[in-house]
Design a binder for this molecule. Structure first.
Ligand code: HEC
Length: 471
């Protein structure tokens, strides 16, 4: 089954998901980390009788109320709309596997939102003990949303052997747990938890840096810096574990220079990975030398720069994670363009269009330009646009019929040593369709008739066309 394609001029569909998802990831990481922070800080304040901490925690929690209740909800729903439009095939595959997972996640989310509302608005109206319990509830329910969604996210990168072997079975739900606890589940969970804790620490620093000088301010700043320590110590180890679970072929992408195609495509990923390492060490330096050593001199400017670097590191790691999944949307099961690996052979013999319920209308049947356009939308536009992001016009340049034909042949043969193998899906078209796609691609930079197969109008046909138009 292939679906109609939603076209987004300029940025293309990948960035629609990219922008919403990266925003949502930041928000949700804040929310989960913040949940733990509030609960643990409150417990410490009550246990050690530091009541002066409490009002500060109250104002600090307002941010989490906004983050979870407003931005988290809106961007979460946004992701649903976006993935449904951008990649209906993958969304359908995920729903078929994880529908109950999602249902449970929403339940946890509901508890999360309700408990932060109670935590904030019930301030001073309920007993300390009950208040602390509400804080725990917020922390635990937000961690549980992560526990669930992490299974679905990691599944997309590494569905695991068992699930892949049974992916076409009728009783897919029987393999739910294999899909859920897939090879990258645990390392990714720990990595995210570490990132969340440090984000919570960084946000606390922003929040306290704005307070007037006092001993409490210094204490809270120092204590918040300790929230960054687990990530610094453990992140490299967990990252190594994570990397170990990812198939070498994916990881290979980060190392390729891709000399064959335009300027430094995937060296980008390497650069991004380096960026996040550099960002982490800069955070460590600022946090230690400014916040911990001399909390009095720690300004909001310092705190905001920490926050900025931390968010950049988070965003770039997410970007790298998405990029190493190429050319799949669900590892070894479905390509980014929604074509399932197992359907490629049939699309090649019977044609992609024959397997589509959304094929061009009868009138454009056999019209190379129209068919080519349909194929381009179906198989290429999940990564390319015509004129914007990864512009096909630009990438093709002045390539002629033969050169474009060669690229399509390479895409179709999809040999492991092909320069395109690692990041573009194999072309799944019949021979005639390949020809139509070539015609369409050629037409992007060269003037070609839109309907080369149409009969040349004779005086007779022209006359009858006028008659039809008048009747
Ligand atoms: C999974 C994503 C993805 C899909 C789907 C995809 N491509 Fe690409 N394609 C890429 C990436 C990434 C590049 C490298 C872009 C760059 O160099 O900036 C690329 C580069 C190209 C290039 C330039 C190659 C060169 O040697 O200069 C062409 C041509 C191309 N793609 C055609 C296609 C066609 C035709 C389709 C559909 C049949 C397609 N692509 C589908 C990701 C994809």
């Amino acid at each position: 089954m292939n679906y109609p394609v939603w076209e987004v001029p300029g940025i293309g569909t990948p960035w629609v998901i990219g922008c919403i998802a990266i925003f949502h990831v930041m928000i949700s990481h804040f929310a989960v980390g913040g949940g733990c922070y509030l609960a643990i800080a409150m417990r410490k304040a009550l246990k050690e009788n530091r009541r002066d901490w409490l009002p500060l925690l109250h104002s600090h929690s307002k941010f989490f109320l906004l983050i979870t209740g407003v931005f988290g909800t809106v961007s979460g729903v946004g992701i649903w709309f976006a993935i449904g439009l951008v990649n209906p095939g993958a969304t359908s595959a995920l729903i078929h596997n994880f529908v109950f997972g999602w249902a449970i996640e929403w339940l946890f989310f509901l508890v999360e939102v309700s408990s932060i509302v109670v935590f904030y608005y019930a301030w001073g109206r309920i007993s300390d003990k009950l208040h602390l319990q509400v804080a725990y509830l917020y922390a635990v329910s937000s961690i549980l949303t992560l526990v669930i969604i992490n299974g679905i996210l990691t599944f997309m990168l590494t569905p695991g052997h068992t699930w892949l072997e049974h992916a076409s079975d009728r009783n897919l739900p029987a393999y739910f747990w294999y899909a859920f606890f897939n090879p990258t589940y645990f390392p990714s969970l720990f990595m995210r938890m570490l990132a969340m804790m440090s984000l919570a620490g960084v946000w606390a620093l922003v929040s306290y840096s704005r307070l007037e000088q006092s001993a409490t301010r210094d204490q809270l700043i120092r204590w918040s810096v300790t929230w960054l320590i687990p990530a610094f110590l453990l992140m490299p180890v967990v990252f190594f574990w994570y990397q170990h679970q990812i198939p070498a072929s994916n990881w290979h992408l980060t190392q390729l220079g891709m000399a064959t195609i335009g300027a430094g495509t995937f060296t980008q990923i390497t650069r991004i990975a380096l960026l996040s390492i550099m960002a982490t060490s800069t955070i460590a330096a600022i946090a230690y030398f400014f916040a911990y050593k001399s909390p009095k001199d720690f300004t909001t400017g310092h705190a905001l720069s920490l926050l900025f670097i931390a968010l950049m590191a988070t965003a770039s790691t997410e970007y790298a994670r998405e990029a190493i999944r190429k050319p799949f949307v669900i590892g070894s099961y479905m390509y980014s363009n929604g074509v399932r690996v197992k359907d490629v052979a049939a699309y090649r013999t019977d044609g992609y269009i024959a397997h589509s319920a959304w094929a061009p209308s009868v009138s454009s049947k056999g019209v190379k330009y129209e068919e080519g356009r349909f194929l381009f939308r179906g198989e290429c536009m999940s990564c390319h646009t015509i004129n914007g992001y990864r512009s096909m016009k630009h990438l093709l340049g002045d390539r002629d019929d033969k050169a474009i034909g060669n690229i399509l042949t390479m895409l179709k043969e999809n040999k492991p040593d092909s320069p395109y193998h690692a990041f573009m899906p194999p072309l799944a078209t019949s021979d005639e369709e390949t020809d139509a796609l070539k015609y369409y691609l050629l037409s992007l930079n060269h003037k070609l008739p839109k309907n080369p197969n149409a009969p040349i109008p004779t005086p007779e046909t022209a006359k009858s066309a006028v008659k039809v138009a008048h009747s």
